[in-house]
Design a protein around this ligand. Structure first.
Ligand SMILES: [Zn+2]
Length: 283
């Protein structure tokens, strides 16, 4: 039999403190009290949908919470906005003898017109490109023309590179010098009135089209008449008009349309402004 061990307290006569034990009943009572107090605070949040006053307060709290937590969330760089305002340039960009095409002009969004399968128009030259947004507007316009019984249409010219413009300029100058026998100075003056200087042609923008009728002179055709009357409704202008020659420096070209966007085209028609006047007044 093992001998009971004498503790120091017993030995020294110090009274032994009996370890106090919690009864299961008391434990349950404490637990119940804790749950009761906790539910007092949690309850309003749980019943928020049933309370006609609460949702507003809570929504404020939620939005504050979102504001606070969103600080740590990276701000998205992409914001969905209409395509036109995404572009750094304006469709009413002025390109003429005193306003050459900007050196960094973006031609990456250009489409090959020859590759389009459409009954709306034919394309005269191979490898004819244009700005896709202007092509969309052109398609919309010629669809409306066809609905009015006005066809056929041919695209004689759209985007033209600066190199191609140089070639046209040189050929025209050569013709005036040799065939027409003009002096150097007079030949230059004559070419300037009909052909834009390389780098200064609207065709460099991809927003201009020469619309023609195969085998016919365009002026006076139903197509020319319809175009003159309706093109602005689709964002185009007849860029070179006889009455504005002093301002544009180019003789009348009823076949040359330029896409400027519906808003700008409407203003130009309403106020009878050519692009030079429009940009001076509004840009
Ligand atoms: Zn043209």
């Amino acid at each position: 039999m093992r001998k009971k061990r004498v503790t120091f307290q017993e030995y020294s006569g110090t009274p032994v403190r009996k370890k106090r034990q919690l009864s299961p009943g008391l434990l349950l009572a404490v637990l119940f009290a804790v749950l009761l107090i906790a539910s007092w605070y949690v309850f309003p949040y749980l019943t928020v949908d049933d309370d006609p006053v609460f949702p507003e307060d809570v929504s404020n709290e939620i939005s504050d919470h979102i504001k606070l937590t969103s600080i740590s969330i990276p701000v998205p760089t992409f914001t969905p906005v209409p395509q036109a305002t995404e572009q750094p340039f304006d469709f009413s960009l002025l390109v003429n003898e005193s306003h050459p095409l900007p050196a960094d002009y973006d031609v990456s969004g250009f489409v090959l017109l020859n590759a389009m399968e459409t009954d709306l128009f034919t394309v005269k030259e191979p490898d004819t490109y244009a700005d896709s947004r202007a092509v969309d507007a052109l398609t919309e316009m010629l669809t409306a023309a066809l609905a009015d019984g006005i066809s056929p249409w041919q695209i004689s010219e759209a985007y033209r590179s600066v190199e191609a413009q140089q070639k046209i300029w040189d050929e025209k100058y050569e013709k005036y010098r040799t065939v027409n026998g003009l002096s150097e100075e007079k030949a230059i003056q004559a070419v300037k009135r009909r052909v834009a200087f390389p780098g200064c042609s609207e065709h460099h923008t991809g927003l201009a089209f020469d619309l023609t009728v195969p085998g016919k002179s365009f002026a006076g055709t139903p197509q020319a008449e319809w175009l003159n009357e309706h093109c602005y409704e689709y964002g185009f202008i007849i860029r070179y008009q006889a009455e504005k020659e002093a301002l544009t420096g180019i003789t009348a070209e009823p076949w040359h349309v330029r896409y400027v966007g519906k808003e700008a085209a409407a203003v130009m028609v309403r106020e009878n402004l050519c692009l030079e006047e429009y940009t001076r007044k509004y840009r």
